[in-house]
Design a binder for this molecule. Structure first.
Ligand SMILES: [Zn+2]
Length: 164
């Protein structure tokens, strides 16, 4: 099943969904060609699968992705967090203020699992298809970062994250 991740605050396009069966990130699922709208600068998405009885993670059904216009989709490792996705995550979750924030005009789409469930119960945390007779559930955190000039925002954020 494809679950919507983030909608553009400028034009209302759905930027991406997560296919929770594979799992994989599907860009612009409503558009032919799968090309997101021109405002998208970053997508940072995590689908975290777990066994609801033991709360053990289910790595094969879990995925973390970072998308940028230049690099496309990168699957992120579960271990150490890459500095770019960490910084983007902090911007998206409103954890930064003042000079730590990018100066370029930008808007945030998407939400963490908790906000998704508050908005629409079952959209943030949900059961997946069973695996080998075991129940599997997952939660979905995913944000998009948007700008009228996404290339400039991407360049500024790379600089602020220290990845040039
Ligand atoms: Zn847009």
């Amino acid at each position: 099943m494809i679950r919507g991740v983030s909608t553009c605050p400028y034009c209302g396009d759905l930027s991406a969904g997560v296919d929770d069966d594979r799992p994989s990130l599907v860009l612009a699922p409503d558009r032919a060609g799968g090309r997101p709208c021109p405002h998208l600068a970053f997508l940072c998405v995590s689908l975290t699968a777990y066994d609801p009885d033991t709360h053990d993670k289910v790595p094969g059904r879990t995925g973390h992705w970072l998308w940028t216009p230049g690099d496309g989709t990168r699957a992120l490792p579960t271990g150490p967090i890459d500095p770019l996705s960490m910084y983007v995550d902090e911007v998206m979750c409103g954890m930064l203020a003042g000079e730590s924030l990018p100066a370029g005009e930008h808007r945030v789409g998407g939400a963490t699992a908790g906000f998704r469930d508050a908005d629409r119960p079952g959209s943030g945390e949900f059961p997946l298809a069973r695996q080998g007779g075991h129940e599997v559930a997952a939660y979905l955190d995913g944000h998009g970062l948007y700008a009228r000039n996404p290339d400039a925002l991407v360049a500024e954020i790379r600089r602020l994250a220290g990845v040039g």
